[in-house]
Design a protein around this ligand. Structure first.
Ligand code: UFG
Length: 323
């Protein structure tokens, strides 16, 4: 099968590309390299530098290459930034994504897998979060992803373009070749590993007065290779659908820090800071549907395994991607 991976130079897109290539898929990576890294593109993939805003080029690529499936990871994903620059989020994550859908229809693509997010739920009404729970995003990032989920429904109804919207909880961990390298870094696990490696003074815990057992926020960390497996399975599921992807194990910020200290064998300074605006206390997925409908079987269910993989990558590539 020939797959177009949009955003294949980013954290999750690059890991999925590696996963597909290891399983004999043919992959074309499209990325504008605004947040992605050229070095993160698997050398076995064909690379096309393109922004999804380039409508004619995007449609031309889809018509010429005749992809069997599309995976759409290309998006801006910083919640805080979306609160100060909503235009950037709606233009890129919604308007530019429509060019890709038009290309997919024009090129006769059968199936699209879309990177959605737990942020479409906003403040959850119940934990664990199920697919049909109320979706009321509390920031433009989550709203942009929910908008795109709705647009997919219409493209499915009108053009028969089959889709799977995968709502990731907290993507984490690394493959032997691809890991997390955001600039600037804002995610918990890579920040902790910078402190463990001695390239950051300390880790700040954003709030220890939440209504949770130890007062810090609880998240559901899911390994990127488990996400990659779900993407591959979602390509060939016969019906369109929405799937929450997490392990179902909620871990607090303090538990992740303790686990990282044990796993790396390094100690580092930790301080408590005020809450970060927009952080819900608890986000944990119910992924029963993905297990049942996709046949998804996550392999990395412990925080130790996730952190160990990220630490191994960091030791192999201490500066992340060079270019
Ligand atoms: N945190 C800290 N200190 C840090 C960084 C993070 O205490 O230096 C805390 C956060 O407050 C949060 C938890 O660690 O409670 C996880 O934070 P991340 O920034 O790693 O991840 P988020 O849960 O904020 O965001 C992730 C994705 C988003 C997505 C969201 C869905 O990165 O793209 O899940 O809820 F929108």
């Amino acid at each position: 099968m020939k797959i177009l991976v949009c955003g294949g130079a980013g954290y999750i897109g690059s890991a999925c590309t590696e996963y597909l290539l290891d399983r004999d898929f043919e992959v074309v990576v499209l990325d504008d390299l605004i947040t992605g890294h050229r070095d993160a593109v698997d050398p076995r993939a064909k690379f096309v530098k393109m922004n999804l805003g380039e409508r004619d080029r995007v449609i031309g690529l889809c018509k010429n290459e005749k992809f069997d499936g599309v995976m759409h990871f290309a998006a801006f994903s910083l919640v805080g930034e979306s609160m100060t620059d909503p235009s950037k989020y709606f233009r890129n994550n919604v308007a530019n994504g429509i060019n890709l859908l038009d290309g997919a229809v024009a090129g006769g693509v059968k199936s699209i897998v879309f990177s959605s997010t737990a942020a479409t739920f906003g403040q959850p009404e119940a934990i664990p979060i199920r697919e049909n729970d109320r979706q009321i995003p509390i920031n433009p990032y989550g709203e942009s992803k929910l908008c795109f989920e709705k647009i997919l429904k219409w493209y499915n109804r009108i053009f028969g373009l089959k889709y799977a919207a995968l709502r990731y909880f907290n993507a984490a961990g690394a493959t032997p070749f691809h890991g997390e390298d955001h600039r600037p870094e804002s995610h918990l696990i890579p920040i902790i590993l910078q402190a463990a490696a001695g390239t950051r003074d300390k880790v700040m815990i954003y709030g220890d007065d939440y209504d949770t057992a130890d007062g810090t926020c609880i998240r559901d960390y899911i390994h990127i290779l488990d996400l990659a497996q779900a993407h591959m399975l979602a390509l060939s599921v016969p019906e369109s659908g929405h799937y929450n992807l997490g392990t179902g194990n909620g871990l607090s910020v303090k538990e992740i820090i303790d686990c990282a200290k044990r796993t790396t064998g390094r100690d580092f300074k930790v301080e408590t800071a005020p809450r970060r605006p927009g952080d819900p206390a608890k986000l944990v997925a119910c992924s029963d549907l993905a297990r049942k409908a996709l046949g998804w079987k996550p392999q990395y269910e412990s925080a130790e395994a996730i952190i160990e993989s990220a630490w191994n990558w960091k030791q192999k590539f201490p500066k992340g991607y060079e270019n």
